[in-house]
Write a protein that binds this ligand. Sequence first.
Ligand code: ADP
Length: 387
Amino acid sequence: MARGEGIRESFLPELDRFYDLLLQAIEFGDPAWLDPLLAEWVQARTQTELEDEEASLPPILNNLLLVTYEITHESLNEKDAMSVMGAVLPMYTHALEYSTRQETQLHIDHISSELEKATNELERLDRSKSDFIAVAAHELKTPLTLIEGYTSMLRETLPGEMKLTPVDLYLKGIDSGSHRLREIVDDMIDVSMIDNDLLSITFQPIWLNRILGVIAQEMADYVQERNQILDIHPFPSSEEMTFGDGERLLQAFRNLFSNSIKYTPDGGKITVDGRLLPGFVEVTITDTGIGIDPEDHQRIFEKFGRLGNVALHSSSKTKFKGGGPGLGLPITKGIIEAHGGAIWVESEGYDEDKCPGSTFHILLPMRKEPPDDRMARLFKPQVEGTS
Ligand code: ADP
């Protein structure tokens, strides 16, 4: 045993146990005698060894086999040595297989527990991000209301001779700035509601063509400013009544339209189309804009998933590449999903020169009745009237 070079002193009693068990295993013809000891050795590996994937049991077992071979050949004649090795080898083979299996399992357990820790940490971070958004939004609301109130009072009480003077212009500036801030704060509140599953959807009769028409009107000036074309094709079912939250769907489609305008260069085109699928309607919004890298197709729907350099963004809602805080798409996704729908994007990639464009797909269930019983009672006459 002294020949086992490299085997630590402290390991010697363990080696005695190993050889005792090996003898028992040979005597009873059952290699499983070694299992408890091997399992103990595998479990004894430290955290650092697991992280560093340090030397495992098989090389130690190989060494032991070598030592056994040498000792038998030195102390026995050729024939006896062969017969001892014939009995020992199957035991070693089993020990190797068993310890490899145990180690693999230990590794898998270790990796799973590390992954679980990382996931928990990520969830904790995401929760604190979400809590921060909710708290910040509510804290911002009070001073913002004051600014809005006083600005409007000042504008209303401004003496006639001061209209169209620099003071009037400054007040307009404060007004439009606080309006934009209000939109951002509202978005922050929406995102935290979606995060906490608190977004409530009020199902009422809606018509998709009307919703798209309202947004087209709202966006007409911006589209004209940017010299773009907005083409809304009438598609099957767009004029049919379905149940949904009109306000929330307006908000979702407004975000998508404003993104298409923002991320499409001047002179580009935005096309809205759709098709009827069994139980669903699929609306597509296609632009001839800068496109989105396939790697980012999921990320853009996460909060603060805005792409590109923050410093290069302007904060306009319709100017070319004028970025916002990256809350629009997560809110849109939250609204669509709260309707039982889905949203995804298709784009060949991001290229500001070639402009490969992007297509956003919005899948919405066609509901002939509201999912909520109370609403169903309320709208029953109307539903019957339309069919
Ligand atoms: P933002 O406030 O930055 O517009 P959004 O959540 O609306 O945030 O969008 C997230 C990111 O997705 C944007 O910053 C932009 O990089 C990308 N994106 C969204 N819509 C489009 C589009 N139609 N074309 C190209 N990129 C887009």
